[in-house]
Design a protein around this ligand. Structure first.
Ligand SMILES: NC(=O)c1ccc[n+]([C@@H]2O[C@H](COP(=O)([O-])OP(=O)(O)OC[C@H]3O[C@@H](n4cnc5c(N)ncnc54)[C@H](OP(=O)(O)O)[C@@H]3O)[C@@H](O)[C@H]2O)c1
Length: 241
């Protein structure tokens, strides 16, 4: 891989934070973003390679587009962007404010970052956009309907961008990452560690998929089988899960 500058949106915690450490170990110049400035500063201190930080709230799309462009200018370029920012609110009831927040961050925020990067990569003729989708993209989810739907959007959107880049004759790669359970604050201290992958291990596997410019990857790979089973499970059985 001849790339050296990577941006990670959602680098303050979990998968994004672990990925930042790996990219830095591999010698990448980094641009890190998220809302929690203090955590960005702490991570910047920790990393050995040149690291630029920017407070970006992807739920505010106009500002986030402007700040991403500023970040890339400060870094002097970008070859890879990982859009790891995401929220998930699960519950028995349905709270529109939580659903809206999920759509604002995981759908509109994701698309704003992906489109800005796509535009930039079109200008330079190459690049790679990595989106963190989920195994939950496979089907609707009763406990967090907007979350599952938002991840289906991420996977579907990346496929659309991939075909668009091909038709435009641009060397832009889209990598759709679909993790199963990863041990991050998003899991909310889930007690059982059954099928849960440590965040650093998940990040290693994600980095490897990015490096090989995979179109999509389940993290870890065994989740591909689970996703397939979920997809073919008859509705009558699926609704009972
Ligand atoms: N953990 C899992 O089991 C799992 C499974 C499948 C997919 N995923 C996906 O993996 C991605 C990373 O999640 P994680 O597990 O690492 O959770 P996490 O530890 O909660 O990290 C979420 C990241 O998203 C950022 N973020 C949230 N809202 C944002 C906003 N409005 N603007 C900018 N950044 C925002 C957070 O930064 P700030 O709060 O500082 O803004 C944080 O860095 C998410 O897209 C998630 O849906 C996770």
């Amino acid at each position: 891989m001849n790339t050296s500058k990577a941006v990670i949106i959602g680098a303050t915690s979990g998968i994004g934070r672990e990925l930042a450490k790996i990219f830095s170990q591999k010698g990448f110049v980094l641009g890190l973003a998220g809302r929690r400035q203090q955590l960005l500063l702490e991570l910047q201190e920790e990393l050995a390679t040149p690291t630029y930080i920017k407070r970006i709230d992807v739920a505010r799309q106009d500002d986030s587009i402007r700040y991403l462009k500023e970040l890339v200018t400060e870094m002097g370029g970008m070859e890879i962007i990982v859009i790891s920012s995401g929220v998930c609110f699960s519950g028995r009831g349905l709270d529109w404010q939580m659903e809206k927040k999920t759509i604002d961050v995981n759908v509109s925020g994701f698309a704003a970052m992906a489109d800005t990067a796509f535009d930039f990569f079109c200008g330079q003729g190459s690049g790679q956009i990595v989106g963190i989708s989920s195994v939950r993209a496979a089907r609707g989810g009763w406990s967090a309907p907007a979350y599952n739907a938002s991840k289906a959007f991420v996977s579907n959107y990346l496929e659309g961008l991939r075909i668009k880049a091909g038709k435009m004759g641009k060397d832009i790669h889209m990598t759709d990452i679909r993790p199963g359970f990863v041990d991050t604050p998003m899991l909310g201290g889930r007690k059982s560690k059954f099928l849960v992958t440590p965040a650093d291990k998940a990040a290693e596997q994600i980095f490897s998929a990015v490096k090989s410019r995979k179109k999509s990857a389940y993290i870890p790979q065994k989740w591909a089988l689970i996703a397939m089973a979920l997809k073919i499970l008859p509705y009558k059985m699926y609704e009972k899960l």
